[in-house]
Ligand binder design. Structure first.
Ligand code: DX5
Ligand code: ZN
Length: 218
């Protein structure tokens, strides 16, 4: 099993101070930085583009875990790779050709992830596992931070852990993660946890404790 990684989602950070926020979570014990990219089409919100990822890159050496909630995604993969993404995840539902998108990410020399929405069965990733470094299980419908955890994600993580077997693929969970839900998904087999509101609540003075509490829960 991979060591646990906590990936704060900067969707819940102060967007007017993103550089400082990224530094602050790195100093507070974050393992990765989760970047939520939304296009107002695949999901009903608009957030961060490659220019912002590039602007943040000099502020930390932590892994940039870029979660693309955009369709189509293929035309933008190179831009996010050049901007400094380390791992690029695309939704299985985004289309048109998931296998091709993952091949393109690997060809750019980046780690590749595939994301499953709450309604998408685990079987949808069975034929791309040879191409991915990570499978991300959404435990909310994508688009916004601060939503309630959908409990059926726990069973999906367990099912995915079975399907993955001995392959060195991470299982990440995103949405409604707090110390209690962290424990539930880690018990089921997750090793990478995204948390937005549970990390950023209370402001910078609380980031260290908030991250430590999630780690302790897990
Ligand atoms: C939702 C995003 C999540 C979100 C998590 O579309 O993918 O990363 O920011 O936020 P919390 O932890 O507040 O549910
Ligand atoms: Zn996300």
């Amino acid at each position: 099993m991979n060591p646990l990684a906590i990936a704060p989602s900067i969707l819940s950070a102060d967007f007017a101070k993103l550089g400082e926020e990224v530094k602050a979570i790195a100093e507070a014990g974050a393992d990765w930085v989760h970047v939520d990219v939304m296009d107002g089409h695949f999901v009903p919100n608009i957030t961060i583009g490659p220019a912002i990822v590039a602007a943040l890159r000099p502020h930390t050496s932590l892994c940039f875990d870029v979660h693309l909630m955009i369709a189509p995604c293929d035309p933008y993969l190179a831009a996010f790779a050049e901007a400094g993404a380390d791992l690029i995840s695309v939704h299985a539902e985004a289309g048109p050709h998931l296998h091709r998108s993952l091949q393109a990410i690997k060809a750019l020399g980046k780690q590749a992830g595939v994301v499953l929405n709450p309604a998408t069965p685990v079987a949808h990733v069975a034929h791309v596992l040879d191409l991915v470094d990570l499978v991300l299980v959404m435990s909310v419908n994508p688009g916004f931070g601060g939503q309630a955890f959908i409990p059926s994600a726990i069973g999906k993580v367990a099912e995915l852990r079975q399907l993955i077997g001995e392959r060195p693929i991470r299982i990440e969970v995103d949405g409604g993660i707090n110390p209690e839900t962290a424990r539930q998904v880690v018990e089921a087999g997750a090793d990478t946890l995204v948390a937005g509101s549970a990390v950023f609540k209370g402001g910078p003075d609380h980031y260290r404790t908030n991250i430590a509490n999630i780690r302790a829960g897990a």
